[in-house]
Write a protein that binds this ligand. Structure first.
Ligand SMILES: Cc1cc2nc3c(=O)[nH]c(=O)nc-3n(C[C@H](O)[C@H](O)[C@H](O)COP(=O)(O)O)c2cc1C
Length: 332
């Protein structure tokens, strides 16, 4: 049976008009030799923008500091060649009617380097140096034509290491991620959305938590809001899972409920061909319609199905591919 559901409809996110409430989740792809995104990267993002994705959040882009990351083919956000590469990417996405946010990334202690390197505790001038690095990359993002900036404070990378009691048992500098947000807010236009991505889970520990109660989460997210964040992107592995006992709200639901800010949900949307006609799909849309969250981000499904939103909307389910791990090896 072929059914048609309106999925692609205009929405506004913190003042930014989008053609659809679907977002491309940030996914590291390592196709930017020497940190410079190529025309192939621009075509890759443009293809999603042409096919029903309203907002693209780029793969994690390394901020302007040597400690930010080690992978040669992960893009950077620095003046010069990388900036020019990104300018082409943003122009292509805009030509397709899309919008694009740069995800600012620093790996923290997950930097692997060349074996001689061991993670060090940040001290003294390191804090100022990193604030400057985030500020510089945010400035370059504006010059390169991005519509928004997302701060990666999830999954156990640098900023999340301050939030997680396992990597920061004393709780010192727990407000450093909010300081980063504050500095970026002063670098980008007041009307440009500033998104913060956070998570309970860590890549090295799926059961990890930065907050064990709504109150604890509220304190943390208020810190981001007061520092100038306008959107919260709540990273979850499965969007339908509750976070705290006594409520079926998901993480994006709590983020919106606690702060009043618009939020983005994510997690295992569309991974099988039948998802778009399943009860889970209905649940995804119903929760949004009830105001639990504002936008819905798609990760892995978009690797092998750049046109998933359009196909799902048109009821062309037979043209949708199940997600396979091997999709991560393709780049098209
Ligand atoms: C190949 C790959 C790379 C990823 N890279 C990033 C990244 O750079 N930054 C980030 O915040 N999340 C990253 N993620 C997590 C995704 O943004 C997303 O939250 C996750 O895949 C869950 O959504 P999904 O179930 O729709 O795939 C990555 C995920 C995958 C599969």
């Amino acid at each position: 049976m072929t059914t048609t559901t309106a999925l692609i409809e205009p929405v506004t996110l913190a003042g930014l008009p989008l053609t659809s409430p679907f977002v491309m989740a940030p996914m590291t792809r390592e196709h930017s030799p020497g940190g410079v995104p190529t025309p192939e990267v621009a075509a890759y993002y443009r293809r999603r923008a042409e096919n029903g994705v309203g907002l693209i959040i780029t793969e994690g882009v390394l901020v302007d500091h040597p400690s930010a990351g080690h992978q040669r083919d992960v893009p950077r956000l620095t003046e010069g060649a990388a900036e020019d590469g990104w300018r082409h990417v943003t122009a292509e996405v805009h030509a397709a009617g899309g919008r694009i946010a740069a995800q600012l990334w620093h790996l923290g202690s997950q930097f692997e380097g060349d074996g001689a390197w061991t993670p060090q505790t940040m001290s003294g001038g390191d804090f100022d140096a990193l604030l400057r690095a985030y500020a510089e990359s945010a400035r370059v993002a504006v010059w390169a034509g991005f519509d928004a900036v997302e701060v990666h404070a999830a999954h156990g990378y640098l900023l999340d290491e301050f939030l997680w009691p396992v990597t920061n048992p004393s709780g010192r500098h727990r407000d450093f991620p909010a300081e980063v947000v504050r500095v970026i807010r002063t670098e980008i236009p007041a009307c440009m959305p500033l998104i913060v991505r956070f998570s309970q889970f860590k890549e090295r520990d799926y059961s990890a938590r930065i907050a064990s109660t709504p109150d604890e989460l509220g304190v943390l997210l208020e810190g981001f809001r007061n520092a100038g964040a306008d959107v919260l992107h709540a990273s979850q592995r499965r969007f339908w899972e509750p976070v705290f006992e006594g409520s079926d709200r998901n993480l994006a639901g709590w983020a919106k409920h606690l702060t009043g800010l618009p939020s983005i949900t994510v997690g295992s949307i569309g991974l099988t061909r039948d998802f778009a006609r399943s009860a889970r799909m209905r649940e995804l849309l119903d929760r949004r319609a009830r105001g639990e969250y504002d936008l819905m981000a798609l990760g892995r499904v978009l690797l092998g199905n750049p046109a998933w939103v359009k196909l799902a909307e048109a009821g062309r389910h037979d043209e949708i591919n199940d997600y396979r791990k091997a999709d991560e090896e393709q780049y098209a």
